[in-house]
Design a protein around this ligand. Sequence first.
Ligand SMILES: [Zn+2]
Length: 402
Amino acid sequence: MIKEVIEPLRAQLERLNQIAFYKQKIENAGIHPSDTKALDDFQNIPFTTTSELMKELRKKPSESSLFSDDVTRINFSPSGHDLYPVYHTHNDLQKMHQVCGRSLEAAGVQKGDICAVTFGYHLFIAGLFYQGQLEYYGAKVIPVGPGESERAVQLINDYQVSVLISNPTFAMKLTQKGIPSVRILFVGGEPFTSVEGYPEKVREAFGREITIIDSYSMALCMPIARSCTHGTGLHVMDDFVYAEVIDPETGNAVPYGEKGELVLTHLHKEAAPLLRYRTGDLTLLEKKRCECGRELTLPKSVFGRTDEMLKIKGVKFWPSQISGILRAFPGLTSRYQVVVRTKGGVDFLRLTVEGDDTSSPGIDELSKRLKQETLLAFNEIRVANKLEEGPAVVDERKGRRF
Ligand SMILES: [Zn+2]
């Protein structure tokens, strides 16, 4: 495995060394691409942060070293109130389609399948991403686009669509009007596997056994990971992207199974490639061979943002994890407020959640789940019928609120 990944990584580094933005970074670190003989060497390469990447991407194409004459598609993605471009060459698109084709096959998509894509096609990448891979694979695709559920249902029924590509909320809406021909659902665009109980809810809405494939991508890197039919989590597309999980404080790699920040490096991408890009996404990576042949897996996709990290009683804690846990409790909403203060010289952690379940068994169960997932014992858990608007996290120790 290590041998398999180090070769494309070194080749990619040689390519990146031709791009001024990365050449500068690699040189500043005193590294020559040919010195990268093992994954340990690769860990000496500096990270790329979102802000430096955005600065380069937002330059006019003629001034950005991440743009090249070979670019054939320019998608955009929102960041705050602005859009930034996502460049692809013909080879980039081919590679993307090839890698995805493997997972389409594993999911049971057949060439005779008629597929409906309900993601957007204008500017953004998701609609064309699926359109391209399904066409490349040889299936038949209807570019339905988002919204207009009546028309989507009619098309799905008229053309006996068997593969639906949609965010889970929209898929559930479509099931209310009956879409019996669908046997495979590709979901994306919303947290799914990471939200407890959500996959079961979607299955229930379909009311029959269907294959659901979850995926995790970001505009700058599509695809990153996709689940298979074995329910083992989201497998990293390791022939497309090299994934590391690091301690967000030290930047050091964490062992498999430990939470940290996901860092991505494209193995082949030509236009706007990523090199040790710090995603800010909190996840954990496992290495375990699945029956489908893939082995690097994000068992729960991503479940928070690393820039929100707090240290409580010496334990790293990411408050955004709480929403995912709360969704498993039908009597509670996913809203919460965490207050951290020092009491008697030690950290004191109070959680207020919103809902109408104030029963002790409910709170005990929540306390148990929080302990399992965060390794922290919450000192106090309260339920409020309505949580006031305000910051979800108040760290009184540091005067931090967000
Ligand atoms: Zn698998």
